[in-house]
Design a protein around this ligand. Structure first.
Ligand SMILES: *Cc1c(COP(=O)(O)O)cnc(C)c1O
Length: 402
């Protein structure tokens, strides 16, 4: 299990800063290996991974099912392009369509942003040009996806962006009703705001959005890039609501750590893009599709949807109990399944994240008053209990540091 480190760890940070663009800020840790729900840094420190590389590593680290699928496919046939049919892509598409439980067609890309770019192009094929999205949303960093991302700070430096994007407050049915019209090509919604800190909408928001889209003929696009693939304890978050969108976008958890994006057009929306109207050299390649099939198989065979529901509820109940007991700095918790936003008071997310790391847990201080947990779906009750036991100490250390 030993890993070769080619340089002293401190050097690696400085060397990175010289040759990697400074778009991310300076990470605090260099990770060198992982196993299950644990990762290790270059100094040999062990962490319980409560973030999974931003809701990606759904089977945890080093799961043998992914390793075996990838190893077999990479040596059998690594790349085909979409000039040729590859079986893993067909199998994956069939599988995802079956999980959705309705007629659908899929375009595969390589990232979440690309999945949303495809959805934006689908919306243009309605003949309408206006897109409604929500304040606080995140749909990606490419120019199209950025145009519909409801965070002005991320958009402004890159204007002019796509014309026709409008933003309404998240969760506000009246505002959506006011904004939507026969000019609206699509409404893009996250089932719960992810990058804003795991903030769910009021109940029935998605159903109300569905009804408004039906009345005006706009497409309902659900960005399930973060919420999909078991994160909330269902295959897709919208299945909790009984709402069927026109388009679903997926990415993060789908291939368990390999890069993939999927734009799923349901019913007629699956046929709006025709020959020559979209494409990707790497998208839907046999290796990532084999990995994704292994992920879906394993979620099923290991009962990970039920597990995410059970362990997530335990984690949320424990955090809420800490808040109710008056643990200083912890105000509450929101979210579903293994996708939680801890609401902070009297401490900063950065201080909380650092204190958690010191205590041996990777979490994500994401918004001014929120910390995100999006652990692997294989998280055990023992892992959850370990974090809950450490929580008061983490909160206390964070308050001291903040
Ligand atoms: C992460 C994310 C994206 C962008 O995905 P990338 O793979 O980083 O391009 C889009 N939408 C949501 C909801 C996300 O969480």
């Amino acid at each position: 299990m030993s890993q070769t480190t080619t340089a002293p760890v401190a050097d690696l940070f400085d060397r990175r800063d010289k040759v990697v663009m400074g778009t991310y800020g300076r990470p605090a840790v260099t990770l060198t290996r992982g196993e299950g729900t644990r990762v290790w840094d270059a100094d040999g420190n062990e962490y319980v991974d409560l973030l999974a590389g931003i809701a990606v590593s759904v089977l945890g680290h080093g799961h043998p099912a992914i390793g075996a699928a990838v190893a077999a496919q990479v040596s059998r046939l690594c790349h085909t392009s979409n000039l040729y049919v590859n079986e893993p892509q067909v199998l994956l598409a069939e599988r995802l369509v079956a999980l959705l439980g309705t007629d659908a067609r899929i375009f595969f890309g390589n990232s979440g942003a690309e999945a949303n770019e495809c959805a934006i192009k689908i919306s243009r094929k309605t003949g309408r040009k206006e897109i409604i999205a929500t304040d606080g949303s995140f749909h990606g960093r490419t120019m199209g996806a950025l145009s519909i991302t409801g965070q002005p700070g991320k958009r402004t430096p890159f204007e002019p962006l796509l014309p026709g994007a409008r933003f309404v407050p998240y969760g506000d049915v009246a505002a959506l009703k006011e904004a939507i019209s026969e000019r609206t090509a699509a409404v893009f919604l996250e089932p719960t705001l992810g990058e804003a800190g795991v903030i769910p909408p009021p109940p029935d928001y998605l159903a109300a959005a569905r009804a408004l889209c039906d009345e005006t003929g706009a497409l309902l696009v659900l960005d399930e890039i973060q919420s999909g693939i078991g994160r909330t304890g269902a295959w897709f978050a919208h299945q909790h609501e009984g709402v069927l969108p026109d388009v679903v976008t997926l990415a993060k958890g789908l291939a368990g750590g390999l890069p993939i994006g999927a734009c799923i057009g349901i019913g007629a929306a699956g046929s709006l893009l025709g020959p020559g109207e979209h494409g990707s050299t790497f998208g839907g390649g046999p290796v990532v599709c084999a990995a994704a099939l292994a992920v879906l198989d394993t979620i099923e065979s290991e009962g990970l949807l039920a597990s995410a529901t059970r362990v997530g509820a335990r984690l949320a109940a424990g955090i809420q109990a800490a808040a109710d007991a008056g643990v200083p700095g912890i105000a509450g918790v929101q979210g579903t399944g293994l996708w939680l936003g801890i609401e902070l008071s009297t401490t900063t997310p950065g201080a909380f994240e650092a204190a958690a790391r010191t205590a041996g847990f990777l979490v994500n201080g994401i918004a001014p008053d929120r910390v995100r947990l999006a652990p692997p779906l294989v998280l055990t009750e023992a892992d959850a209990d370990a974090f809950l036991a450490a929580l008061p100490g983490i909160a206390a250390a964070a308050r001291q540091a903040a």
